[in-house]
Design a protein around this ligand. Structure first.
Ligand code: IPE
Ligand code: IPE
Ligand code: MG
Length: 244
């Protein structure tokens, strides 16, 4: 396996710039162990910390993690509260390591629904880490692709009051300034995008795995990268044009 790995990783131009992950399967992971769902989310947080390390190791510049969707509010209050608590805790806990590891963190999604105190904490952390250039880490929180596109279009309309172009829309998204998604990974076995980064995944390669998110390991990450390296990205062109 390692000689194959080596050969593939000698193609640095074929590494994705931006990986986005739908971290699904926490609930099922817990259920299999007769644990409460929140135990799965807690274990999922550990897997999220690990994938950040893999991105460093394999020289990925941008990572976006789907943490809480605009639709996830429809879950029972107990689970929503548990998720938000877990999230707040992990922000506090990760602060030192974000700084130490040179990570620029950004929270994408509609933050207006969160308490002012939490919004302030998020902003403060973003600001503290804004000069870091080791890895761009986006945490999608109260995030929905449709909501993001509508917010971007409305912001533009309020500012400029004219018809919007594709590049202007791109520049008003929460991900403004970031590369488009090259590789989307979804764990947990479902083959759907669940309203995640709808605009940014227009030409992403989609990697689906049955592995439940808390079990996602370096081996699975490497498998996704290897799979990505074998794809022929054409962007609507013919292969001849790309090789010219
Ligand atoms: C994904 O895991 C995490 C969130 C949506 C917050 P799930 O909680 O959706 O896990 P399953 O799909 O029920 O197993
Ligand atoms: C997507 O997972 C949202 C996150 C991973 C945060 P869901 O479990 O909410 O997606 P559906 O409901 O299966 O489409
Ligand atoms: Mg799910």
């Amino acid at each position: 396996m390692f000689s194959r790995l080596k050969k593939i990783f000698f193609k640095p131009t074929k590494l994705p710039d931006h990986i986005a992950v739908i971290m699904d399967g926490n609930g099922r992971w817990a259920k299999k162990r007769f644990l409460p769902r929140i135990a799965g989310h807690s274990k999922g947080t550990e897997a999220a910390e690990k994938i950040v390390k893999y991105c460093f190791k394999y020289h990925i510049k941008t990572l976006t993690l789907f943490t809480f969707s605009t639709e996830n509010w429809q879950r029972p209050d107990e689970e929503v509260d548990g998720l938000l608590n877990l999230f707040e805790e992990s922000i506090v806990k990760s602060r030192a390591s974000l700084i130490k590891n040179n990570i620029a963190i950004r929270f994408i999604g509609d933050k207006k629904l969160f308490s002012e105190e939490l919004q302030r904490k998020l902003q403060e952390l973003e600001k503290t880490c804004s000069k870091n250039n080791g890895l761009d880490l986006n945490i999608a929180l109260n995030y929905g692709g449709r909501s993001e596109i509508v917010r971007a279009a409305n912001t533009f309309y309020q500012k400029v009051g004219k018809l919007i172009t594709e590049s202007e829309l791109t520049n008003h998204l929460d991900t403004a300034g970031m590369p488009e998604v090259d590789l989307l990974i979804r764990t947990g076995g479902e083959k759907r995008v669940s309203n995640f980064l709808l605009w940014q995944i227009a030409y992403a390669e989609l990697f689906f795995t049955n592995v439940l998110w808390p079990d996602f390991s370096e081996e699975h990450f490497v498998e996704a990268l290897q799979w990505f390296q074998k794809t022929n990205r054409k962007f609507g062109k013919l292969m001849d044009d790309l090789n010219a």
